[in-house]
Design a protein around this ligand. Structure first.
Ligand code: ARG
Ligand code: ZN
Length: 880
C-alpha cells in the first residue's frame, strides 16, 4: 500500500506500440488495446507479466492472435496477469475491456461531461480504461481509433496527428489518430462530443505550420480568443527563451466543465477546466485573464518539460511540475511586470506552501513514500519545486542556467528522467558542485535565516552574521544545512548600491548584470566586508532568492529606508510588507487584550509614499497598498491563533492606514477613472488593480460603502463589478444595496456557471460568523451542484480557505460544515474530497477551544465507513 522511492525497479516488459480502439457508448464503451510487448533484456523468458487495472470489466485477451485460455491469464478488476508469456522477445497482446463513462463520477479515466466524452489519466487514470503498465517510464507509440455516433460526437479527438476518418453506416463514424512521439500512458487523451471551435495557426522557427484549435461550448467561441492569443505567445516565447519548438502538425485544447484540476498537458491535446479558457470583459476579471495566460502557457510548456522528457516515476513529479511552473512564471514575468509577478508568486508560495511545509502534511519536494499519488500534486511539489529551479538560475546566472537547460534537453529528450539527471546537467554544464544543493529536494520544512549586520565606522567594516535553522523542526527532517543562495546588495545613503569591497566568510558570486549572491552553506556564517566607507543598509534575499522565512534584521528606520530606496523592487515591497506585518501582529495581541490599536506614523508615511509615487507601475503600487490577508497574519503568528482577533486587528489597521492616506487614495481613485475601453493587458489591469484597492481602503476609511455602491453602478467590466460587489457584500452584508447587487449579479449570470461561481465565493467569504448558515443555505441554491468540482471549490472551498472568521467559528460549526461536505463528496469524487480536507492542515496552530473542535470534526469524519484511500491518507496524516 505504501510506495517507496528506494524500491523503484524497471519493469520486466516494455510496450513499444499501443493500438487502441474505442467503440463509444454512454454506458458500455468497448475498448480494445493491441499492445506490442517486449521482454526487457536480461529478463527470463516466461516471466509473468502483470498489468495495472482499476475497476475494469475484462472481456477477453488474445496473445499473438490466439484467444488466451482460462489458464493463460488471470483477470481481476484491478489487474491482468499473463501467466506464461510467449518465449519470443516480443509478442502482441490484445485486451478487450468494457467501461461505463456515465457512471464515472471520479472524473478519472473515461467519463462524461455535458454529454461529451472526455479523459483524465494523470496520474493513474489510464488503468481505468484498459489494463496497462500504467507507469511513466513505459513510453509507447500510440495509434487510436475512435468510433462514435455522428450526431452526438461529431468531434473525435485524440493525441498526435489525424490520420483517417470516415463513415461506418448506422449513423456512426470513426477517426484515427497517430502520435509518433513515444509517451507514457498518463499523457493519453480522448475527447468525443460536440463543441464549437476557434482556429488559428502558428509557424515554428524552423518553418513547421501548426494548426491551432481551441474547442469550447458552442456559442462561446468569442471567449476563447484570449486563450488563443496566449497560446501563440507561449509558442513564440518557448522558442525564444528556451529554444523549444512544437513537434506535431496540430495542437488542440478542449475546454470542459467537469474537471478535477486546472488543466492537463496530454500530448497535442490539452484538456482544460473551462474556467481557464473562457474569458471576455463582461464575464472574466483581470485575475482570470492572468490565470488563463499562465495556465495555457504552463500546459504548452509541458510539451518539452514533461512530455518529451518525462518522469521516471511519480516521486520525480517535481521534475516536470517545478520546472514547468518556473517556466510559466518567467513567461508571465515577460508578458507583464516582472516585479509584480515575483511579488504575487511569493505571496502564493507563502500562503500555500509555507503552511503545508510547517504542518502535518509537510513532505520533501521529492517525496520518499506515498500511499496515494494524487495527494502529492501539492504546493510543495509545484511551487517550492519552482523555487528550487529559480535558485539554480540565481546561483548559476542566466548563461549558466541556459547551458544546463540546453544540456538537459539534448541529453534526455525521449527519456523518463530523474532529479539526479536534471541536476547533473547543471553541474556538468557549469562545472559546479550541486551535492549540497540537492538536499533541497530531500528535506521538508522551511529553513529560517536570522541575519544580523553591524557597521564599524573606525574599521570601515560591515560584519554580517547569517544563521540557518529548520524552525520549527519537522518530524523526520534531517538537520543538515542547506546551500542557500542569498542575493544581496549594500545600499548606500543615496539609495545606490555600493561596491562590496573585500569579503571574507562566505563564497560570493556575481554574474554580469545580476545581483551579488552569498552562498550560505554552513549553519552559521560570519561575513566581513572591509573597505566600506559609509554605513550601508544591507538588502538581502533580493527577488526572494530562496524559499526561506527570516527574522527581519533591519531596524524599522532601515526598513522604511529600503522601502523607499532599495534598487530591487521586490525588496522594497518586502521591506514595507514586513513593517505592516509587525504592526498587524502587535495589533492582534492588542485586540485580544482589548488594548488600543494604533498604526505608526512610519508605517502610514511609508505606505503613502509608495502609493503616491506615480513613477511606479500601478500594479506594483496596488500590491504596496494590499495588506497581508488574515491567513498571512495567522501564519506569521504561528500558534494559539484567534482568527477573530486577527480580523479585528486587520480591520483597525486598515482603517487607520486608509485614513492617514485618504488624500493620496482619493487622488489615485479619481485619476484612474477608466477612460478607454476595457483591455485585459497589463497596463489596464494595473490601473484597475490600483483603483480597486484604493476603493476598498476608502470605504474602510469612511466606514461607509457609498463609494462601492457608485462603483458597482458604474462598472462596465467584470473586474470592477466583482470588486465593488465584494466590497459591498463584505462590509455591509445586510444592506439593501448588497442584496440588490447580489440579486442583479445572479440574474445576469444565472446561465453561466463559471461566472455564478464568483457569486457563490463572494458570499462564502463574508467575514462574520453567520456565513456558516449562508453557505449551508447556498448549497441548496439553484445553480449549486455537489457533482461539479468548480461549484464545490467556489462555495465550500472558498469558505474553508478564504474565510478564517467564519470557518473557525468558535462553536466548531464551520469545521462541521466542511467535514460534512467532504463526507458527502468522497464516495463520488475522492480527489476533490481529499483536496478539500487539506484546508484543515493547520488546525494545531489554533487556540485551544477551536483546536479541540477541529480535532473532533476531523476525527469524526475519519471514523466514517468506506472512506476513499485519498481521503483516509490526508486524514491520517493530518491527525498524526
Ligand atoms: N499535470 C497537470 C498540470 O500540472 C495536473 C494534473 C493533476 N493531476 C492530479 N492527479 N491531481 O498541469
Ligand atoms: Zn503541470
Amino acid at each position: 500500500q505504501v510506495v517507496r522511492l528506494d524500491e523503484y525497479r524497471p519493469s520486466d516488459y516494455l510496450i513499444d506500440a499501443t493500438h487502441l480502439t474505442f467503440r463509444l457508448d454512454p454506458e458500455r464503451t468497448h475498448v480494445t488495446a493491441r499492445l506490442t510487448v517486449r521482454r526487457r533484456e536480461g529478463v527470463a523468458a516466461g516471466t509473468p507479466l502483470s498489468l495495472d487495472g482499476d475497476g475494469l470489466s475484462f472481456k477477453g485477451a488474445r496473445i499473438n492472435g490466439e484467444a488466451a485460455g482460462d489458464n493463460a491469464v488471470s483477470a481481476t478488476p484491478d489487474a491482468l496477469t499473463i501467466n506464461e508469456p510467449p518465449d519470443g522477445e516480443t509478442f502482441t497482446l490484445e485486451i478487450e475491456t468494457v467501461v461505463d463513462p456515465t457512471a464515472n463520477t471520479q472524473l478519472m479515466g473515461l467519463y462524461r461531461t455535458s454529454g461529451n466524452y472526455c479523459t483524465q489519466c494523470e496520474a493513474e487514470g489510464f488503468r481505468r480504461i484498459t489494463y496497462f503498465l500504467d507507469r511513466p517510464d513505459i513510453l509507447s507509440v500510440y495509434t487510436v481509433r475512435i468510433e462514435g455516433d455522428r450526431k452526438d460526437t461529431p468531434l473525435l479527438l485524440s493525441n498526435g496527428n489525424p490520420v483517417e476518418q470516415g463513415e461506418l453506416g448506422d449513423g456512426r463514424h470513426f477517426a484515427v489518430w497517430h502520435d509518433p512521439h513515444p509517451k507514457p500512458s498518463y499523457l493519453f487523451a480522448l475527447f468525443a462530443g460536440s463543441l464549437g471551435v476557434v482556429e488559428d495557426s502558428f509557424t515554428t522557427a524552423s518553418g513547421r505550420k501548426v494548426d491551432l484549435r481551441i474547442h469550447v461550448e458552442q456559442g462561446k467561441e468569442a471567449r476563447a480568443a484570449y486563450a488563443m492569443d496566449a497560446l501563440k505567445r507561449s509558442m513564440a516565447w518557448d522558442e525564444e527563451r528556451f529554444g523549444r519548438e512544437y513537434d506535431l502538425d496540430i495542437f488542440q485544447i478542449v475546454a470542459v466543465s467537469d474537471f478535477n484540476m486546472g488543466a492537463m498537458e496530454n500530448k497535442g491535446l490539452n484538456i482544460f477546466n473551462d474556467k481557464y479558457v473562457l474569458a471576455d470583459p463582461e464575464t472574466a476579471t483581470d485575475q482570470d485573464y492572468a490565470s488563463i495566460e499562465a495556465i495555457i502557457a504552463h500546459e504548452y510548456f509541458h510539451n518539452w518539460t514533461g512530455n518529451r522528457i518525462t518522469c521516471r516515476d511519480w516521486f520525480q513529479l517535481c521534475l516536470k511540475e517545478g520546472l514547468t511552473v518556473f517556466r510559466d512564471q518567467e513567461f508571465s514575468a515577460d508578458m507583464r511586470s516582472r516585479a509584480v509577478k515575483r511579488i504575487s508568486d511569493v505571496r502564493v508560495l507563502r500562503a500555500h506552501q509555507f503552511p503545508e511545509d510547517a504542518g502535518p502534511l509537510a513532505h520533501p519536494v521529492r517525496p520518499k513514500t506515498y500511499k496515494e499519488i494524487n495527494n502529492f500534486y501539492t504546493a510543495t511539489v509545484y511551487e517550492k519545486g519552482a523555487e528550487i529551479v529559480r535558485m539554480l538560475r540565481t546561483m548559476l546566472g542566466e548563461a549558466g542556467f541556459s547551458a544546463g537547460m540546453d544540456l538537459y534537453f539534448a541529453r534526455h529528450d525521449g527519456q523518463a528522467a530523474t532529479i539526479e539527471q536534471f541536476l547533473a546537467c547543471f553541474a556538468e554544464a557549469t562545472d559546479t558542485d550541486l551535492g549540497q544543493f540537492a538536499l533541497w529536494y530531500e528535506q521538508p520544512g522551511t529553513p529560517n535565516l536570522s541575519i544580523g549586520a553591524r557597521y564599524d565606522a573606525d574599521a570601515r567594516m560591515l560584519t554580517v552574521t547569517v544563521d540557518q535553522a529548520l524552525r520549527p523542526p519537522v518530524a523526520g527532517a534531517s538537520s543538515a544545512p542547506l546551500h542557500i543562495p542569498v542575493a544581496f546588495g549594500l545600499v548606500g545613503p543615496d539609495g545606490a548600491d555600493m561596491a562590496l569591497g573585500e569579503v571574507e566568510g562566505a563564497a560570493i558570486t556575481q554574474h554580469p548584470g545580476e545581483d551579488a549572491v552569498m552562498h550560505i552553506t554552513a549553519p552559521r556564517h560570519l561575513i566581513v566586508f572591509s573597505g566600506i566607507e559609509v554605513p550601508p543598509v544591507l538588502s538581502v534575499l533580493r527577488g526572494f532568492s530562496a524559499p526561506v522565512t527570516r527574522v527581519p534584521h533591519a531596524s524599522v528606520a532601515d526598513r522604511a529606508f529600503l522601502a523607499r530606496h532599495d534598487g530591487d523592487p521586490f525588496s522594497r515591497w518586502e521591506a514595507l510588507n514586513s513593517l505592516v506585518m509587525d504592526e498587524l501582529k502587535a495589533a492582534t495581541g492588542a485586540a485580544r487584550t482589548g488594548a488600543e490599536i494604533a498604526a505608526s506614523a512610519t508605517l502610514t508615511e511609508s505606505v503613502a509614499a509608495l502609493a503616491g509615487d506615480s513613477e511606479l507601475d500601478n500594479a506594483y503600487r496596488a500590491l504596496c497598498l494590499t495588506l497581508p490577508g488574515e491567513a498571512d497574519i495567522a501564519r506569521e503568528i504561528g500558534h494559539d491563533i484567534d482568527p477573530d482577533a486577527i480580523h479585528v486587528a486587520r480591520r483597525a489597521i486598515s482603517a487607520q492606514l486608509s485614513k492617514a492616506c485618504e488624500r493620496v487614495l482619493a487622488r489615485v481613485y479619481h485619476e484612474l477613472q477608466p477612460r478607454r475601453a476595457y483591455d485585459p493587458g497589463a497596463e489596464g489591469a494595473g490601473r484597475r488593480a490600483l483603483r480597486n484597492v484604493a476603493l476598498t481602503l476608502l470605504c474602510h476609511a469612511a466606514g461607509s460603502t457609498d463609494l462601492a455602491e457608485r462603483a458597482l453602478a458604474a462598472a462596465d467590466n467584470m473586474t470592477d463589478r466583482a470588486h465593488a460587489l465584494t466590497v459591498l457584500a463584505h462590509l455591509a452584508p445586510d444592506s439593501e444595496a448588497a442584496r440588490r447587487g447580489l440579486d442583479a449579479f445572479r440574474t445576469a449570470f444565472r446561465a453561466e456557471p463559471i461566472v455564478l461561481d464568483k457569486w457563490f465565493t463572494m458570499q462564502a467569504t463574508v467575514p462574520r460568523h453567520e456565513t456558516v448558515e449562508t453557505v449551508q443555505a447556498l448549497t441548496r441554491a439553484p445553480g449549486f451542484s455537489w457533482d461539479n468540482p468548480n461549484r464545490i471549490r467556489a462555495l465550500v472551498g472558498a469558505f474553508a480557505t478564504g474565510n478564517p472568521v467564519a470557518f473557525n467559528r468558535p462553536d466548531g460549526k464551520g469545521y462541521e460544515l466542511l467535514t460534512g461536505a467532504i463526507g458527502r463528496i468522497d464516495g463520488a469524487n475522492p480527489q476533490v474530497a481529499a483536496r478539500l480536507m487539506t484546508a484543515m492542515r493547520s488546525w494545531r496552530n489554533l487556540e485551544r477551544g477551536r483546536r479541540q473542535r477541529a480535532e473532533a470534526a476531523i476525527t469524526a469524519l475519519g471514523r466514517k465507513a468506506h472512506l476513499s484511500r485519498d481521503l483516509k491518507d490526508i486524514i491520517e496524516r493530518t491527525l498524526a
